[in-house]
Ligand binder design. Structure first.
Ligand SMILES: Cc1ncc(COP(=O)(O)O)c(C=O)c1O
Length: 442
């Protein structure tokens, strides 16, 4: 962790944290609150490096929760945002030309997209996809997978963080404040288990609107045929299939998981990369479903209401178009994924050198450490791994100047340089040494 010139906004990191402790729960911006000795305030980004308010430099693998596939301040994206900002930051009620151009571009790129609606976040996108599915089928229940994250809304707040084996398909609420009547609208199955999915869907098909799945659930890759199996089960039982492509969209491939795995859902929800680092999401899919949101149909019983002050925000749309230009350069994903794969191999060698019994669960450009003997197939496999030790390793990495969130999936971006990756391997070396030392000391 190198120390560079002090950023010039005047307040020290300690001052900023004192203010944050007073104003923000856990001195954080949401679900994460790092221990005091590793937490830092971001002052600015330079490529894949972050500079903290006390002038320390970190190699960033959090990448804006995956949104920053071309880094946090890519010159093309910054230029597009600046150009749009001078023409207007925000409008509402009628169209803006940047949002129309983005809609056209997304329909070209997303295999299932015949039409789409914009949202502001990925959470909104999954909530609206569920609403559309319910409006289309006239049924209320949605099947999700144990451990899957679909955002912060009430319907998504079931069975993300199971403590142990569940009584499928009973969903359990993860948060206070979630109304209990919603529990009966959500069903849960284990990821990668087509047998359980098939029996739940068959039993509940008359009340089931859709299956929603993260095509790659956190760091769990789908078994061969799992996604195609979901498509078959959905078709045979006349329920819809929703891909939550908030993370996989534009990252696995330009056409997301649908292109990568060759399985086409009825609807797909987007966030993160689709906004190019700005707040923007989308739900794309079959025209006959997405058309239910057509405001000309207000008053119809199957009209699905969609509206948001910032939907189709022109600055985020400009950032998105510029980002998609970068991602559309020939070989972008092939290069990124191949580079990431070599990096995972190099990290694995470091772990082995220190006899650390962990694996780098890496696929395409996302990865995580897991203290487990084999790649997980379900959330229960993840829970069975030694999460305390992977957390300890992640915290050591943070101390060594590599920004990861403990036990959270992280990302390689297109702006990680060879020097960034080398720095990370050296930091991992030091982190492993420290981890072994603390285990030996007891
Ligand atoms: C798969 C998935 N779906 C939905 C969301 C929610 O997106 P947002 O945080 O933009 O609301 C996330 C966010 O991490 C996600 O990973």
């Amino acid at each position: 962790m190198s120390v560079t010139a002090q950023p010039s906004d005047g307040l020290s990191q300690d001052d900023l944290y004192a203010a944050a402790e007073n104003a923000l729960p856990g001195a954080g911006l949401g679900g994460y609150s790092l221990p005091e000795d590793v937490r830092f305030v971001i002052a600015e980004a330079r490529g894949a490096r972050l500079i903290s308010a006390d002038g320390r430099e970190y190699v960033d693998y959090v990448g804006g929760a995956g949104a920053n596939i071309v880094g946090a301040n890519h010159p093309q994206v910054v230029a597009a945002v600046q150009a749009q900002a001078t023409k207007g930051l925000h409008f509402f009620g009628t169209l803006n030309s940047t949002a129309i151009r983005l809609a056209e571009r997304l329909i070209e790129l997303i295999p299932c997209a015949e039409k789409l609606v914009f949202t502001t976040t990925g959470s909104e996108a999954t909530a609206y996809a569920m609403r559309m599915a319910r409006a289309f089928t006239g049924r209320e229940r949605i099947l999700k997978f144990e451990g899957a994250y679909h955002g912060n809304h009430d319907y998504a707040s079931f069975s993300q963080f199971p403590a142990g084996p569940a009584n499928y398909p009973l969903a359990s609420a993860d948060s206070g404040g979630v109304p209990m009547p919603l529990q009966s609208t959500m069903l849960v199955a284990p990821y990668n288990d087509l047998e359980v999915v098939e029996s739940v869907v068959r039993e509940h098909s008359s009340e089931l609107a859709a299956i929603i799945v993260e095509p790659v659930q956190r760091v769990i890759f789908p078994d061969d045929g799992f996604l195609a199996g979901l498509r078959r089960i959905a078709d045979q039982n006349h329920v819809l299939l929703i891909f939550d492509e908030v993370v996989t969209g534009f990252r696995l491939a330009l056409g997301g998981a649908q292109e990568y795995f060759g399985v086409r859902p009825d609807l797909a929800s987007y966030g993160k990369i689709v906004g190019g680092g700005g707040p923007l999401g989308a739900v794309a899919g079959r025209e006959d479903i997405v058309e239910l949101t057509n405001p000309r149909n207000k008053g119809n019983s199957d009209y699905a209401y969609i509206n948001g002050t910032f939907h189709g925000n022109p600055v985020a749309a400009a950032a998105a178009l510029a980002t998609l230009d970068v991602l559309s350069e020939p070989g972008f994903h092939r290069r990124l994924n191949a580079r990431a794969k070599r990096f995972y191999g190099d990290m694995q060698s470091v772990l082995q050198r220190h006899a650390i019994p962990a694996m780098v669960t890496g696929h395409a450009s996302f990865w995580q450490f897991l203290f487990a003997g084999q790649a997980p197939r379900s959330q229960l496999d993840v829970l069975a791994s030694d999460l305390e030790r992977s957390k300890a390793l992640d915290l050591e990495l943070l101390r060594c100047g590599v920004y990861v969130l403990p036990n959270v999936r992280r990302f390689v971006s297109a702006v990680h340089t060879d020097e960034d990756l080398r720095f990370t391997l050296a930091a991992l070396d030091a982190a492993c040494e420290q981890l072994n030392r603390s285990i030996n000391n007891g």
